[in-house]
Design a protein around this ligand. Sequence first.
Ligand code: UTP
Length: 239
Amino acid sequence: MRTVVSIGGSVLVPDVDPERVESYADVIESLDADGHTLGTVVGGGPTAREYITTARDLGANEIELDQLGIAVTRLNARLLVAALDERAAPTPPEDYETGGEAIRRGDVPVMGGVVAGQTTDTVGTAFAEYVDADLVVFATNVPGVYDADPDSDPDATKYDEITASELATLVAQTGVDAGSNAPVDLLAAKLVERSGIRALVLDGTDPAAVERAIRTGEHDGTTVVPADANGPPAEWNDE
Ligand code: UTP
């Protein structure tokens, strides 16, 4: 099975510390050893936010801030490359073609950001589309997709399952404001809808939960089901 895992920066590198990165590398190595084909994308997390806030105060424009964010995602990606040792492509691919080539070689690509004006959710989904993945997993710092903002609405309910078009509508309604708690950004949601790829949105703070989701389809987050789904991947029935 071919899976792209988009790991939020706040999940992989909440602090610049080896522990979480090491546990993610162990999960990736174990899946890889069992024949899973993997692509990974890493976000910028608190370090990116710190740089962006500081550069904004210094007068940088929004595109310059995005470039700074991309640079940090690639720095974070290099931490995962370091932990994966020779299994990873040595440099974070800067475009989908280079990432796809790494997969064809049998390496695990670890991408960061690609172009200004988006987030790594979009990179993960576009890369999944480019390499014709069976699954895209968003390992985030929230438990899944909610019908309202769980931070401000005590009645917010998590979806176990949602269709891709429902997700796109939901994110369009709630997720465009700065600082919104949408678990994926709007362009990523639209690409999930377009691609027809099954997506999982789940809490990535426990890498073992991400491994279980990829191996078996079992998780406590939200499954985003494509419109013309043929049912879950056959591999999940064998587990
Ligand atoms: P992230 O995708 O990490 O943003 O990229 P995020 O939503 O803060 O996610 P977490 O906290 O890692 O989970 C960090 C910043 O890098 C720029 C954007 O400015 C983004 O906010 N970026 C990232 C791009 O401009 N293009 C990309 O392809 C990726």
